[in-house]
Write a protein that binds this ligand. Structure first.
Ligand SMILES: Cc1cc2nc3c(=O)[nH]c(=O)nc-3n(C[C@H](O)[C@H](O)[C@H](O)COP(=O)(O)OP(=O)(O)OC[C@H]3O[C@@H](n4cnc5c(N)ncnc54)[C@H](O)[C@@H]3O)c2cc1C
Length: 303
């Protein structure tokens, strides 16, 4: 690792937020992933602008990570600079029915603020273990709700460090999709528009969805949630189950016995084992039913 690059970065951010050869398994909910060349915790828009400018002049690749709850990072790691918007990006401000949220705020923290202010519409997201940034990129959703329904506007930074705002329509949200899947903008924050509701009812709904998750999902194991997108006209979990793959294992990676739509890290799996299991499941489901499963989980690095 070039000490020169580190000292250039250190002009803008302190050394305790510049981590060298940081194991990505510490930052992903799958608990796998080799080292990132550098891992930076960025705490302000000004810092981010300076880092992006530096990445450009140095010709370094970078990648934004939120809570790492939808990422499968290779055992070989990421040969570039991993950027996380950390503590300085966790603010949630309330103004009437609007929440101004920064990208590093977790969905559960935003849901807590909505509940405190008796605002309804965000209950669906309370149990999704992601950050606002990751949820906007993915148009995260559950139980009939999705980010598209509540996002009014998104504050973004482009690769040149320009700050722009896009409306919900301009984000082209679709099923687990937004324009950010193709364009390299960084989410800085978003305005979420909710409705006035009743505290008790909101709490009841959040508790009900949380217990539904605990009952149906293998939350006791590391995973990245649903591994596959829902194929048109089918349910991924049902296809996998019908292909006889419940409990199917490659090394320490397993198709969850509790919910076949989840690939879990059952016992100290490597990223390669998880990746190979996913490929095998796709192949067998394609052979059996002629349906192509697309991953919802994003694979990063060399497999
Ligand atoms: C147990 C469990 C249950 C889950 N349940 C659901 C569910 O019900 N519904 C659902 O939709 N998902 C679910 N997920 C998946 C995951 O939580 C969501 O996709 C979440 O939105 C990802 O957010 P993140 O911050 O973890 O993003 P990450 O996994 O860190 O990143 C995801 C993508 O977003 C990009 N990204 C992250 N932050 C930024 C930013 N600030 N700017 C630009 N790009 C950024 C990354 O580069 C990456 O491409 C579940 C996951 C787990 C582990």
């Amino acid at each position: 690792m070039s000490k020169e690059l580190i000292s250039k970065i250190n002009q803008y951010i302190p050394m305790n937020r510049i981590l060298e050869q940081e194991p990505m398994k510490l930052h992903t909910t799958f608990r796998v992933g080799g080292p990132a060349k550098l891992f930076l915790r960025v705490e302000s828009e000004a810092e981010l602008q300076q880092i992006l400018a530096l990445m450009k002049t140095e010709g370094e690749d970078y990648y934004l990570i939120g809570n790492g709850s939808n990422l499968l990072i290779s055992d070989k790691g990421y040969d570039g600079v991993m950027i996380q918007l950390s503590k300085g990006f966790a603010d949630v401000k309330v103004d009437g029915r609007r929440l101004y949220c920064e990208a590093g705020a977790t969905l559960s923290a935003i849901a807590r603020v909505a509940l405190e202010h008796s605002l309804t519409g965000f209950e669906f997201a309370a149990g999704i273990p992601g950050s606002l940034g990751g949820a906007i990129v993915m148009n995260a959703g559950a139980y009939g709700g999705e980010m598209k329904q509540v996002v009014e506007a998104v504050r973004l930074m482009d690769a040149e460090g320009n700050i722009i705002e896009k409306s919900c329509e301009e984000m082209h949200f679709g099923y687990r999709h937004s324009i950010l899947k193709e364009a390299s903008y960084i989410v800085l924050g978003a305005t979420i528009r909710l409705e006035a509701g009743e505290h008790a009812k909101i709490k009841e709904q959040m508790d009900a969805l949380a217990s539904q998750r605990r009952e149906k999902q293998p939350l006791e194991y590391p995973s990245a949630g649903s591994t596959f997108k829902r194929p048109e006209g089918y349910f991924a979990g049902k296809l996998i189950q019908d292909a006889g793959l419940r409990g199917f294992q490659v090394g320490g990676a397993q198709v969850s016995e509790k919910h076949c739509g989840f690939v879990i890290n059952k016992e100290q799996a490597t990223a390669s084992e998880i990746f190979n299991l996913i490929q095998e499941v796709r192949q067998r489901v394609a052979n059996e039913f002629g349906v192509t499963l697309e991953t919802e989980v994003i694979c990063l690095g060399e497999f």
